[in-house]
Each structure stands twice: as structure tokens, then as C-alpha cells.
Design a protein around this ligand. Sequence first.
Ligand SMILES: C[C@H](Nc1nc(-c2c[nH]c3ncc(Cl)cc23)ncc1F)C(=O)NCC(F)(F)F
Length: 308
Amino acid sequence: AQPDQALFEERHLRYISLLGKGNFGSVELCRYDPLGDNTGELVAVKKLQPNKQSTLDDFKKEVKTLSVLHCDYIVKYRGVCYSMGRLSMSLVMEYLPHGSLIGYLENNRHKVNTRRLLLFASQICKGMEYLQTLRYVHRDLAARNILVASESLVKIADFGLTKIIPFDKEYYRVTQPGESPIFWYAPESISESRFSPKSDVWSFGVVLHELFSYCNMNSNPKRVRRQCNTIVVPPSPFSPLSLIVQGPSISMHLANILKTNWRLPPPPSCPLKVYGLMKECWAYDFEERPCFSSLANEIETIMQDERE
Ligand SMILES: C[C@H](Nc1nc(-c2c[nH]c3ncc(Cl)cc23)ncc1F)C(=O)NCC(F)(F)F
């Protein structure tokens, strides 16, 4: 295996705790301790539980994707660990002790001012800009999938839904959409399962909203299970939906209100210029949405003003 494709021997991977679960399997905190003296490094190990949603093939694609990404704003790939012969494999990544953005912002609200939120936003833009140079669409950009490396560094993680846009097309069309984070989805992704760099920009607008709401859950959209089409949305910015939506399907309902140009209102004490950025990302027509490089510039300009 190539040097960066490190091979981790299962017998030296010591389980410490469960970090979280997704619709693919789980991520565990482990210590890779070949010397057996607890001096080994802490790693995050993603184990696949193949189910209807995700297969070993999807997982191998996720490993392949992460292994070629080298960017300060993307969680580092460490290698793989095979068990049960080569039947099952785990993805080994760097462990970031501050955890995901959601928990961090809820617990450190006092420590995080507007400038810090804007710094995080510009880092996410730069990570996404890098991803797009390789023709990847993330498809699950959300605060829950951003990790906090330090008080001044965040990284994009969870490439489980990431796809490569074919060389001869400008977008990726998904055939069997599984459980969809529709409140982070652009209209064209909801109604046509069409994903492009501009649909990631729409999701980035929702991440901006999460950042400036300090991921305060009761002012945040929720993930809904597409299958059930019946959810109870607690009173939230999606208030037109804060009722039991049944029948034709919540996603068509959402697509319709987005068409009427309804959008999430600005989070409390969100700078107007930042809300302006969100609205740019939420242009109904994806051609009108900015690209991540221009978003990064606009954010840096607002950061200057915040400094004065
Ligand atoms: C399913 C896993 N969930 C969680 N992971 C961690 C975590 C802390 N520190 C970490 N260091 C490296 C990794 Cl890969 C995860 C964590 N904390 C809480 C979780 F619920 C996950 O991957 N979530 C996506 C993202 F990584 F973006 F947060």
C-alpha cells in the first residue's frame, strides 16, 4: 500500500468510545497502540454496517474519495483496517477532540463572536473550493458534518454521499435517493435529484444560517425521513411547515414554498451583510448562486468591516 494508505492492524486498534452513528454505521474513538503502552495516537474509526442504505461498494468509494483529498480544511485520512480477512474494512481518520460544529457552538457560544463565525465560514468555503477543483459534489454539507480542529480551525468531514461529476456533465443525478437531508437541499436536488457545485452552495447557505444561529436546534431545520412523508416540525423558521404534513410529501411541500421565494428568516443578531450572503446562496436559479471562491472573498470583506 502507498505510504499514506497506512494499514492499521485490528489487533492494535483499542476501542475507547462511540463518537456517533450515521445511516452507514458508526464512528468510534480508538487508540492505535502497537507498542501496547498507551503511547499510540488517537484515531476516529468509521465502521460500516452494510444495510439497505449503504453497501461495501459505497464505503470503498468513500475511502477512495477521502484518501485523495489533501486540504487543511478537510478531515485527514489516515488509512484502512481490514478484519475478518478482507471481508470487512474500516476507515481510519484523524481524531478531532472538539467534535462537530453543532455541539461546539452550543457549548462555546460565549467564546465564538461574529469574526470567529466568519473565519469558520471562509474555511468551509476554501475546503469546498478545493473539493470542486476535483469535480466532487459533497451532497451533505451541514454543520453536523463539520468538525472543529481548534478554536480557529474547522474541517469538512463525512464524504459518505460525495459523488464525482462526470466529465461530460455539469451535475450528478441520483437514482435512488435514500434518507435525504431535504432542509439542506437545493430546490433542483429536491425535485429532480440533481446535484452540482451550485447545490453545495445552497447547502452552504444553510450552514451559514446554522453558524449564525449557533446551531440552536429550535431555530434550525431538522432532518426528515423521506419515506414517511409525515413529520411534525416544531415551530421553527420553517414555520409554514410546523404542522403535520401528510400525503403528497414533505419534500414537494418544501419545494413549493421555496418556489414562492419563501426563505429562512435571519437568525437573531445576524449581521445584515451575512444574511445577504445566505440569500445569494438560496437563489432559486442555480446559475445565479455565487461560487465558493467569490463567497470566500465576500466573507473576507465582511470580516474586514467587522474588525473596524
Ligand atoms: C458519525 C460521526 N459522528 C460524530 N463524530 C464526532 C467526532 C468527534 N471527533 C471526531 N474526529 C473525527 C471524526 Cl471522523 C469524527 C469525530 N463527534 C460526534 C459525532 F456524532 C461523524 O463522522 N460525524 C460527522 C463529522 F465527523 F463531521 F462530525
